[in-house]
Ligand binder design. Sequence first.
Ligand code: HEM
Length: 614
Amino acid sequence: MSTTVTSSCSLIPQFRTTNDLPSSSASKPYRFSSIPKVCRIRCQSTSTDEKRNKSRNVLDNASNLLTNFLSGGNLGNMPVAEGAHGSVYKLAFGPKAFVVISDPIVARHILRENSFSYDKGVLADILEPIMGKGLIPADLETWKQRRRVIAPGFHTLYLEAMVKMFVKCSERSVSKLEKLLEAKNLQGGQEIELDLEAEFSNLALDIIGLGVFNYDFGSVTKESPVIKAVYGTLFEAEHRSTFYFPYWKFPPARWLVPRQRKFASDLKIINDCLDGLIKNAKETRQITNYNACSIVGLLFKNVKTFIHRKRMLRNCRKGTTQISRHVNIFHPVINLPLNLYVSLPYACKLFQDASLLRFLVDMRGVDVDDRQYVYNLMKQLRDDLMTMLIAGHETTAAVLTWAVFLLAQHPDKMKKAQVEVDAVVSQGGINLESLKKLEYVRLIISESLRLYPQPPLLIRRSLKSDRLPGGYMGDKEGYQIPAGTDIFISTYNLHRSPYYWEKPNEFEPERFLVQRDSNGIEGWAGFDPSRSPGALYPNEGVSDFAFLPFGGGPRRCVGDQFALMESTIGLAMLLHKFDVELKGSPESVECVTGATIHTKNGLFCKLKKRSHIH
Ligand code: HEM
């Protein structure tokens, strides 16, 4: 049972519904939350009755005391959450104060300008048992090493191979729906009713399994112990994020509490599966002799270019530079033979197994004589894979769910998207190139992420004292915060703020095409798509940190393009075949658990085959 704290503050998410938050129902085992109960707040009332004010003051004083005690400093002049929206405010929550940020200037400071003064705080505490030292919860030192290794994995050739896989997996999902409809037709029915959220969850799981470790969960068509274990782990993450104290940290609880025993056994199933996949990837490793390219390089250009090339290749082998850059340094015309020599073997391998695991194992190498090294490498790989499995699954499923939820309420926009999709499909189908023509579908995905960001909060903890900017309408002097301050950057508030968005609560995918000036907001550069020419999707750069679906700064999502392309393709292929209507009232479905905003009881829809499809 989840407790909802009624507050007059503007901490996200502000729900339109007054329904209770979902309990940890067994019918929805895959719901994942990585944000603790303290974030699960709804703004329901603006009542300022004296009694509540008094108790709030008591709480505020208590939280100040505790925060001072824990971090040796105080939150000084920062306003307390009381009724009004604010850029920066302090929220007394039980015996602890949290700082809530709903301002792009302050978000930019924390995420980009002073990013290395913050770590993941509460989020890391919760995720560490599951993701270990994976990128999301990792401390700064670990993160620096890991990010350098993983980010290059998302290079252009990889994304190209992924697009093909997204199409295949989406076809599998759509064909399952078609079969259901055919069966219904036999009984005289014209449409099927089903929970699209569950379908999207299966699709996203299959895609992430193939994209990250070339493992086909096949969850669209079957269940397996590994899938069950994945959902079980996510379920436990949700429990942990919403429980009052971390009892699981006491070793006996791991044996005595049945759910903790189950969690351990789920983790073991997943880890065994990952270990098997890593072992297999290691055994089938084919060392591409990238250094040999340096000899061929002598034939080309001058010595300076050669040295530069050699350095890039060395880095590439170590995994410290991006393969896309590495491929680019071989000028396509001048160095054609060299280019082919390097990229063909890699491209061939991509054809067989394009997964990130393949890339990480091939590029990093394994010194089989050093057992400790191998152990660490295995552990590191496992944490990385687990992190991406979790980070890339529920988030994408939620984006697709909300996109359909919004489209079903705007049939004109659904039609517009279908016209676009039909044109692209009739000209040869969906691929990386034709994705560029799916502009409206891409905008729909971005607008869904604006209205329903996943996660709705970014969590940080200050590692040292800092002075936050005051932000729009805040204190010009800014706000001093001590080390240890817990911070929530409320993307949900930011994405729906009337200061940065016109008609902020309306579904208007076209808004991303229009420039918006800073509206007199000092320190904010406004919204300007031309700041990121050629980008397929709007980002924090074009909005100067008013649009943060993938975070911003160095700890920005590493899988953003993967996720956006996957969602665009999944949605386009569904809309090509079906008209979708919501079953039930839209107001009754909005709900949240930490990492994703999801529906209360699934997204039940009616699917009708479109008349032009035979
Ligand atoms: C629509 C889908 C997705 C959304 C909305 C999303 C959102 C985010 C956000 C907001 C962050 C930053 C968190 C923070 O600053 O605290 C993040 C980080 C991350 N995401 Fe995603 N993500 C998505 C899909 C994916 C996918 C598909 C992958 C992997 C294949 C992925 C891997 C990661 C990783 C590894 C990080 C940590 C990056 C770092 O700290 O360096 N995400 N994601």
